[in-house]
Design a protein around this ligand. Sequence first.
Ligand code: AMP
Ligand code: ZN
Length: 468
Amino acid sequence: MRLYNTLTKRKEEFVPLEEGKVKMYVCGPTVYNFIHIGNARPMIVFDTVRRYFEYKGYEVNYVSNFTDVDDKIIKKAIEEGISAQEVSERYIEECKKDMAGMNVKPATTHPKATEEISGMIEMIQGLIDKGYAYEKNGTVYYRTRKFQDYGKLSHKNLDDLRSGERSLLVTGQDEKEDSLDFVLWKPKKEGEPAWKSPWCDGRPGWHIECSEMAKKYLGEQIDIHAGGEDLVFPHHENEIAQSEAANGKEFAKYWMHNAFLNIDNRKMSKSLGNFRTVREISGQYDLQVLRFFMLSAHYRSPLNFSAELMQASKNGLERILTAVSNLNYLMDNAGKEELTEDEKEKLEQAGKYVNQFEEAMDDDFNTADALSSIFEIVKFANTTVNDESSKAYMRKLKEMTVKLADVLGLIVEKKEEMLDEDIEALILERQEARKAKNFARADEIRDELAEKGIILEDTREGVKWKRA
Ligand code: AMP
Ligand code: ZN
């Protein structure tokens, strides 16, 4: 299995740190609004990477954070006259609903930055003790020039960076020893959330959050660190500087970055105001169509959002769904049970499409070619199945299609709907779990229901539910 490593700028064979296991950290969203479909790209892409590792038999520990303290969250809280925590909690819940709609599996752990502050303070103190950080008037900075390897991920030259930065110096930054030094801890401003620290009441810088959460939930060395390509510099470069200086070890072996989702050939972003939220899209299309669209291009190629491509994705998905539902219908009416010799041979032929699928995914997760292999199976089923086919033959072809589509996170067979009484029983169990302060079980039930398309709403009159 080969994947492209931003660190070495080439495709490399994947060799896990620990046999049979993958430790993976994906930078998550800043939660101050509904996520947009640009944010959805890394979620879908790296969920697919995870699913493929699992298909190959690896046990994946997948950690993805929520950045729940940030200037933008604070700004939104002030605008709405509520606390920053209320803002972030609201949008974490909304984000989880969108993820469920896109069939993105919940991470093994979804840490929140605000719940990990003490670990961050410890890491910062460690960096100060080793001479990699210093405090000035309550702000702690990372001493970038002390870290020899700075620039190794973004392939930037320190001197070029420094001359570029110098011209950008703004007031207040001159207390830094060097223009490239970045903030690890900053003093609070009036009305902002703050935590006690040895330096001042304040809050962490963004980069240290991920270094600490990766270390706490995955350890000092991880296999894969991932995110959108805008995170390469400075975010990931700074994470490397912090983690490697603090831990004295190589941080992540492989760095994976998805290209942008564009609209009218410009990056979709909140600041440009050209974004479409996942929620908005879900009003127009099944979110499975959005997932299909994202996977129809290689993750390292820019992808331009358009109604035409969404329509093509809808048609493509429909073709697979129709083939599966035809197989189901024919299976119900099949006369023969057992495979014939001819069918056994045919299944061997179909097996080559499974190999093609794996070859495509083994080659840096080429999901576009992987989708083509699924279409080959669909075509094969459509042309070789007839009234005479045995039930076993059709079942095998269907299983092949459903299994490979599932690796891409595409649900191509309508699941049996959950019965109302089963849903209500689970809701009751969740309430009891909450009362008993067993929040892990309560969350598990909510996620299980979300996976089945059941959305819960906690209201003053109790818990209400609806089907997505
Ligand atoms: P943010 O909430 O801006 O920190 O972004 C969360 C994740 O979404 C990061 O991995 C970003 O790189 C990624 N991201 C943001 N905008 C886009 C986009 N237009 N295309 C692809 N990825 C994006
Ligand atoms: Zn991060």
